[in-house]
Design a binder for this molecule. Sequence first.
Ligand code: 13P
Length: 251
Amino acid sequence: MRRPFIAGNWKMNLDRASIGAFCAALRDNPAPSGVRVGVFPPSVYLAEVVAALAATDVVVGAQTCHSERSGAFTGEIAASMVKDVGASHVILGHSERRHVFGESDGDVRLRMTAALAAGLDVILCVGETIAQREAGATAQVVLGQLDAGLAGLEPATVTDRVTVAYEPVWAIGTGHTATPDQAQDVHAQIRARVAHGYGSDVADKLIIQYGGSVKPANVSELMACPDVDGALVGGASLDPNSFDALLRFES
Ligand code: 13P
């Protein structure tokens, strides 16, 4: 049985007061026990969120980290720093990192190495653009990003420390959610690829989140897909009530 994992990627949103109130709401209103919950605040608030949620099971992580351990990388944060403030996870390869900030598959792979070495678990994001989908290249793009991100990892690392998030770029922040069939189709291909490379035991345990305009109105139908094990949510994770509704999807 794979435990559903629903995570809020707050991106560059919210402020100290609203994040404090959000954490209080998470403390007061725990998710159903079968659901794993995560929040990924802007990095300046990481330590505060870790402290505010210390008595809960909520996973706290950063939205990215750099591949180098330290040095002259103005504006970046090291994986060890994320770990040092008590966070346990990091999102890597988000489409905004790839497309807005120009991260390549190679960059993502180096960041994976750094994050895992620092003791962070990783949510590895993969996803195609609309042009790639229309050109029939979805599988090639998504599985290529997956292969690059996982290259060289031990099976136990993939099983225990990596979550994959399928986030079609055309669905992010657009209101155009992938249909359950579209999501299931790609998720099944991701799981089959991991089975091929790492064995079916690893693939069967792998948590694959869907991301892209997930909201309370569509989370249940997406979560009903056999290979959709969770959600990585942007816009609908910014309001505590909406996020809470996501955690209470119908199963
Ligand atoms: P939206 O839920 O706003 O589409 O964002 C999805 C996402 O990018 C989560 O990482």
